[in-house]
Design a protein around this ligand. Structure first.
Ligand code: DP6
Length: 351
C-alpha cells in the first residue's frame, strides 16, 4: 500500500510589534497588525512528519512522543480541513490521475527541539510546521503568504513563521480573513548583524494562556483601543522603515516601547494579567542602564517572564557578561538558564 510522507521543520518567531487581541476568534483575525523576527532554525525549531495511507483508519497526532486527541483540537481540525479542501480544489478536481490523498487518514508526529518548559513560542513554530508539512504532503501550489492564511487558523503568531527574516502579519479588513496574512518585509540575509539572545527566566507554565488573556483584554481594556487605533498603525510604519534602514537604535526603541505597551495593556485588563516577574523587571532595568549613553540592546517579553534581547552581534558578548554578572547561576540553573541564539533567520525546510 502506498504511503505518502513529508517531513519539515519550521522556525520560532519573536514579535517586535505584538499581536494581542482577536476581532474574530474562530478565524483568528487580529485587532492589529504585528511584526516579528524569525529566529535561526539551528537551535530552535519544530519538526513534523506526516504520513497518509489507506491502511490508516483515523487521523492521529503525537506531540513530543505523546499521543493527543485530534478531535478536541478545533484549530488543528481547521488546518486539516482547509489543506484537504485545497488539495481537492487545486489538484484532485483538476487532474483525475492525481492520487486522492485528501481522502486518506493521516498520522502526524511533531516535536520541538527546545524544551517546552522554556515557555517559548512553540505554538507559532508548531502550527507553521504542521501547515507547511501538509502543503508538501498534498503538493499544494501555494506560496508562503497563502499558507500563512491557513497557519493563522492554528495559532495567530504561526502565520509569521512561514517566512524567514522580518515578517509582518497584515491584519486585513475582510470578514472571511482572506487578506489577513503574513508578508516578508525583508529577507533573512538583510540584517545579519542583528542577533537575538533568549533568557529563560522561568520554565513554569504560564498562568494565563495568550488565547484567554488576549480576549479578556479585548473585553475589558480601554488602553487596548488606544493601542489599536492610535499607536500600532504608525509603529508598524516606523518599524518597517527602521528595518529597511538597519537603524538599530530606532528598531530597539520601538521594540522596547511595544513590549512595554503590551504589558501595560495586560495590566489594564480586568482582572489584571501579570506576565513579567521580578527577574523580568530586573532585566529591563539592566538593559535600560546599559543603554544610558546610546541604545545598544532591546528587550522584549511575550506572554511570559522570559526575555528576548535583540542587539548587534558585537554587543552580545558584553550583554551576556553583564547578565551573567547579575545572575551568576544563570547558565547552570534550570530555573533561569540563558540560551544564546543567533537571529540569522531561515525559511521552513522540507526534507
Ligand atoms: C504575546 O499566537 O499564541 O506572543 O492566536 O490565540 O494562538 P493565539 O495566540 P498566540 O499569541 C501570541 C501573542 C504574543 C505576541 C506575538 O507573538 O505577536
Amino acid at each position: 500500500m502506498t504511503v505518502f510522507e513529508a517531513t519539515c521543520t519550521a522556525p520560532v518567531n519573536i514579535a517586535v510589534v505584538k499581536y494581542w487581541g482577536k476581532r474574530d476568534t474562530s478565524l483568528i483575525l487580529p485587532t492589529n497588525s504585528s511584526l516579528s523576527v524569525t529566529l535561526s532554525q539551528d537551535q530552535l525549531h519544530s519538526k513534523t512528519t506526516i504520513r497518509a495511507s489507506a491502511d490508516f483508519t483515523s487521523d492521529r497526532l503525537w506531540l513530543n512522543g505523546i499521543e493527543e486527541s485530534i478531535e478536541k483540537n478545533k484549530r488543528l481540525v481547521a488546518c486539516l480541513r482547509e489543506t484537504r479542501a485545497l488539495r481537492r480544489t487545486q489538484i484532485e478536481d483538476k487532474d483525475p490521475s492525481a492520487p486522492k490523498i485528501s481522502n486518506l487518514a493521516i498520522h502526524i508526529c511533531s516535536e520541538n527541539n527546545f524544551p517546552t518548559a522554556a515557555g517559548l513560542a512553540s505554538s507559532a513554530s508548531g502550527y507553521a510546521c504542521l501547515v507547511y508539512t501538509l502543503s508538501k504532503l498534498f503538493e499544494l501550489p501555494l506560496d508562503a503568504s497563502d499558507l500563512s492564511i491557513v497557519a493563522r487558523q492554528g495559532s495567530g503568531s504561526a502565520c509569521r513563521s512561514l517566512f524567514g527574516g522580518f515578517v509582518a502579519w497584515e491584519m486585513g479588513t475582510k470578514e472571511d480573513g482572506s487578506d489577513s496574512k503574513a508578508v516578508q518585509i525583508a529577507p533573512e540575509t538583510h540584517w545579519p548583524d542583528l542577533q537575538a539572545m533568549i533568557c529563560v527566566v522561568s520554565d513554569e507554565k504560564k498562568g494565563t494562556s495568550s488565547t484567554e488573556g488576549m480576549q479578556l483584554t479585548v473585553k475589558t481594556s480601554a488602553l487596548l483601543q488606544h493601542r489599536i487605533k492610535e499607536v500600532v498603525p504608525k509603529r508598524m510604519e516606523d518599524m518597517i522603515a527602521a528595518i529597511h534602514n538597519k537603524d538599530f537604535p530606532k528598531f530597539a526603541e520601538l521594540t522596547m516601547q511595544d513590549s512595554n505597551q503590551f504589558h501595560a495593556v495586560c495590566l489594564d485588563t480586568y482582572p489584571p494579567i501579570f506576565y513579567m516577574n521580578d527577574i523580568s523587571r530586573a532585566i529591563i532595568r539592566i538593559i535600560t542602564e546599559y543603554n544610558k549613553d546610546g541604545v545598544k540592546a532591546a528587550y522584549t517579553f511575550d506572554a511570559g517572564p522570559n526575555a528576548v534581547i535583540y542587539a548587534p552581534k558585537d554587543n552580545m558578548a558584553e550583554i551576556y557578561a553583564i547578565l551573567s554578572h547579575y545572575f551568576p547561576n544563570a547558565a547552570f540553573d534550570d530555573s533561569m538558564g540563558l540560551l544564546k541564539e543567533t537571529a540569522l533567520p531561515s525559511l521552513p525546510k522540507s526534507f
